[in-house]
Design a protein around this ligand. Structure first.
Ligand SMILES: NC(=O)c1ccc[n+]([C@@H]2O[C@H](COP(=O)([O-])OP(=O)(O)OC[C@H]3O[C@@H](n4cnc5c(N)ncnc54)[C@H](O)[C@@H]3O)[C@@H](O)[C@H]2O)c1
Ligand SMILES: Cc1cc2nc3c(=O)[nH]c(=O)nc-3n(C[C@H](O)[C@H](O)[C@H](O)COP(=O)(O)O)c2cc1C
Ligand code: SF4
Length: 451
């Protein structure tokens, strides 16, 4: 168990005061009329009373970190946009959300799209942008319709268009539906796709803040990052900092899924633990216990029941050997075969590899072949070292972070569950699937196989 050195404020009153999900249950929560009843567009009014650079400094001081997975400080990213350069500046909201287990942005957009539109107003004012884009995963047609309607309502009410609320800001928003590729969530592949090309990552640096959309300075931010900004402006950076820890302040959405009693979105301060979240939500499904989980989607190294008390913030999860990522807490109980879960994730990464670089294109293919053999009882002991070796040749040696993400489940499952891999090899089948092998008639944990 790892405990962060900082104090994490997860007091009950903080837990019971949701912000992003505050009125999701109200009928017609997505309309402008509902949003205006809940402090809607008040944050933008406060931002417009400040100078753009002051808004950037304010968001920077709040400590808000990007909610797309990497946790990069949002205000700092905005500050990187060069000013007085004579070029157009763009804001692009990353709504591609495709990481396995990650499912917070889509419900947020569905239930409360105006929080994003207002956040985009504030961000655009700060970085001097007149044309902003939302790149949405195209399969989510109901969300696409809600976004179009929210943008239409905002134009009609004067929250988009010319000289918004007398601020001097002119802003248009384009909602773009992507064709559905995981790699198009990687920010530079997203920009290529938005420009009409096949989505493949670009070399960084230059980062988008310097040369992004149409080679102009561009802020790319996750949906939740931008949707969190209005409340920060409206209620104050001190209020935001009163939650979470010094380096990971504020509230966020945690997505609980898998073998839990009540899967769903849980809003809480950064630094809450999985044990507390399970306590709030009804725990694992009755009669079962936690075996392993991901803190932030399948690209973050998996953790076990030893890590139930790790504060869910960037520092503490990192110190525990994983990453907070998208806070997609996929929980698996003792009935789950870890080899099977890792095989499915690896098949996903192999399928979604864009093919641009050799370590990821070839490596993910070979990982799948080895894992399928091991899962089917046709593997050899030497294959376990081969798995680790291939993962090592992908990790940190690929062109973009998809490769690193594909290596994470391999490393971490071998670290915590090597014995289970060995059971598959020695028993010539999956110990969780009695039909696959006669060697495991007594069940998965009674085979007596040692390393
Ligand atoms: N939300 C999802 O569905 C999903 C899917 C897959 C992966 N992810 C997450 O994506 C993350 C990896 O993304 P990444 O490769 O963009 O991370 P990154 O750390 O390279 O960059 C994060 C952000 O900070 C900016 N940045 C970093 N250094 C900068 C600099 N020096 N100057 C200007 N800007 C800078 C980048 O432009 C980017 O916007 C992983 O942590 C993973 O959790 C999320
Ligand atoms: C393969 C891959 C897929 C990604 N998919 C998403 C995504 O769907 N949504 C997202 O916000 N970030 C995604 N990212 C991270 C983005 O590249 C980028 O870091 C993020 O949009 C920055 O926003 P933030 O600073 O607000 O988190 C992905 C990264 C990789 C490597
Ligand atoms: S790591 Fe994979 S997804 Fe990323 S550029 Fe290389 S082949 Fe494409």
């Amino acid at each position: 168990m790892t405990v962060a050195p900082e104090i994490h404020d997860v007091s009950p009153e903080k837990l019971l005061a949701p912000v992003l999900s505050a009125f999701w249950d109200e009928p017609r929560s997505w309309t402008l009329e509902t949003y205006l009843r809940h402090e809607g567009y008040e944050g933008a009014r406060k931002a417009f009373a400040m100078q753009p650079d002051e808004v950037i400094a304010y968001v920077k001081d709040s400590g808000l970190r990007g909610r797309g997975g990497a946790g990069f400080p949002t205000g700092m990213k905005w500050q990187f946009i060069p000013q007085g350069d004579g070029k157009p500046h763009y804001l692009v909201v990353n709504a591609d959300e495709s990481e396995p287990g990650t499912c917070k942005d889509i419900p947020l957009l569905f239930a409360n799209p105006h929080s994003l539109v207002e956040g985009m107003l504030i961000a655009s004012y700060a970085i001097r942008c007149n044309h902003a884009f939302i790149y949405l995963r195209g399969e989510t047609v109901p969300v696409l319709r809600r976004l179009h309607e929210a943008v239409r309502e905002a134009y009609a009410a004067g929250y988009l268009g010319r000289n918004i609320l007398g601020s001097g800001l002119d802003l248009d928003i384009t909602v773009h539906a992507g064709a559905g590729a995981y790699i198009c969530g990687e920010e530079t592949a997203l920009l290529d796709s938005l420009e009409g090309r096949r989505g493949q990552p670009r070399l960084r640096p230059p980062f988008p803040a310097v040369a992004g959309l149409y080679a102009c300075p561009t802020v790319v931010n996750n949906v939740e990052s931008i949707a969190s900004v209005p409340a920060i402006l409206n209620r104050g950076k001190e209020w935001f900092r009163s939650m979470g820890s010094e380096k990971s302040p504020g509230f966020t959405l945690y997505s609980l899924s898998g073998h839990v009693a009540s899967p769903g979105q849980y809003e809480a301060p950064l630094g809450i633990t999985l044990r507390q979240l399970l306590g709030m939500s009804g725990g694992m499904r009755p009669g079962h216990t936690l075996k392993f989980w991901t803190p932030g989607g399948s690209s973050t190294p998996l953790l076990t029941d030893e890590h139930l008390d790790v504060p869910l913030d960037y520092e503490a999860v990192g110190a525990a050997g994983s990453m907070l990522g998208t806070k997609a807490l996929q929980c698996f109980d003792e009935t789950t075969c870890v080899v099977r879960a890792v095989t499915r994730w690896t098949e996903f990464y192999a399928h979604e590899s864009c093919g641009k670089c050799t370590p990821c294109r070839e490596g993910t293919y070979w990982l799948v072949q080895l894992l399928r053999d091991i899962e089917a009882g046709k593997g050899r002991m030497a294959d376990l070292d081969k798995l680790a070796d291939i993962a090592d040749n992908i990790n940190g040696k690929s062109f973009c972070a998809l490769g690193d993400g594909a290596a994470s489940p391999i490393f971490s499952s071998l670290q915590y569950f090597r014995a289970e891999y060995e059971q598959h090899v020695k028993g010539k089948g999956c110990p969780f699937d009695p039909a696959a092998s006669t060697a495991w008639a007594d069940g998965p944990n009674s085979a007596g196989v040692t390393a």
